[in-house]
Design a protein around this ligand. Structure first.
Ligand code: FES
Ligand code: ZN
Ligand code: ZN
Length: 301
């Protein structure tokens, strides 16, 4: 079989669009999509933060964004959050540092323990259940925001791909979480804006791109992933995408439509404890930190 755009042999068959792509046109298509996703932001912002973990998504993102930034363009900085998951994040950070060093992208590392006085290993000690991912997601987001503010970052790019985003939508459905399905943050809400340059790439294509570009990434799952409903949803979705190509994008479109049709803008105010923007009296970070404090006092494990 031949490439849809030249006479080279097919390397990848994009089943959801019917395209056959040789290696060159596969790379061109991936980089073209990312360029389209971010070119307006490259012109708008002077200081861009790249949230980098050492996994395939964030490293592929850093690699492509770095190639797209022209001399005289915005400054890019790696923002690495160390969640304190021993045997996992310490290892993946080494991969992040390696690529950022190779690309000569300056970076900062922020330890969750340093900013929130607790890390995810501690969370597991204190509260074996509920799931560490709830804490991990909320705390990581906060540390990233702190790192961004400290470094005067105007926008943060993260490596979320189409598969991740559709997983989140489906998770919210399964958990009956209507608020998260339809809520929209008001613009200029006080947080540094977040952009997903890989939002229309499926996981499999990112793996292939990393392979072709010889991007060395950390490929082991978080040791706490077994606790997560997300892992089950991920397996289900990747199976569905394989059997019904394009289903990931259907879910993404559903998520967008729900926000447009039924979306409500959240009014944010300052958290009464930490001052960060929130829709409640106290923010989720402070609420979870309080929960941990209470559990510690009760000595519940
Ligand atoms: Fe949930 Fe790592 S804390 S997967
Ligand atoms: Zn080709
Ligand atoms: Zn707070």
């Amino acid at each position: 079989m031949m490439c849809s755009y030249c006479d080279k042999p097919v390397f990848y068959r994009r089943r959801y669009s019917g395209e056959n792509l040789c290696k060159k046109h596969f790379i061109k298509s991936i980089e073209g999509k990312v360029r389209k996703n971010i070119s307006r932001y490259l012109g708008k912002y002077k200081r861009i933060g790249l949230a980098v973990s050492g996994g395939k998504d964030s490293l592929v993102m850093a690699y492509i964004v770095n190639n797209l930034v022209k001399p005289g363009g915005p400054h890019i900085y790696g923002l690495i959050v160390d969640e304190g998951i021993s045997g996992y994040r310490d290892k993946s950070i080494e991969f992040a540092k390696q690529l950022l060093d190779d690309l000569k992208i300056p970076y900062v590392i922020g330890a969750m323990k340093e900013y929130l006085y607790v890390n995810i290993d501690d969370v597991m000690e204190i509260a074996d259940s509920p799931l560490p991912c709830t804490f991990c997601g909320v705390f990581r987001r906060r540390v990233l925001e702190i790192l961004g503010r400290k470094n005067k970052i105007e926008v943060i790019f993260t490596g979320h791909n189409a598969s991740d985003i559709s997983e989140t939508i489906l998770l919210n459905v399964l958990q009956g979480n209507i608020k998260h399905l339809i809520m929209q943050m008001e613009p200029n809400n006080g947080f540094i804006p977040r952009i997903y340059p890989l939002h229309n790439l499926i996981e499999q294509e990112i793996v292939l791109y990393a392979y072709l570009r010889k991007i060395n990434y950390y490929d082991n799952p978080c040791p706490y992933a077994r606790y997560a409903l997300r892992s089950e949803v991920r397996n289900f979705l990747s199976d569905m995408e394989w059997r019904h190509p394009g289903i990931t994008f259907n879910i993404l479109r559903l998520g967008e439509k729900l926000k447009i049709e039924y979306g409500r803008q959240l009014k944010l105010k300052a958290c009464s404890k930490c001052g960060y923007p929130t829709s409640s009296k106290i923010c989720k970070t402070c609420e979870l930190l309080e929960t941990l404090d209470k559990l510690k006092k009760l000595n519940i494990r």
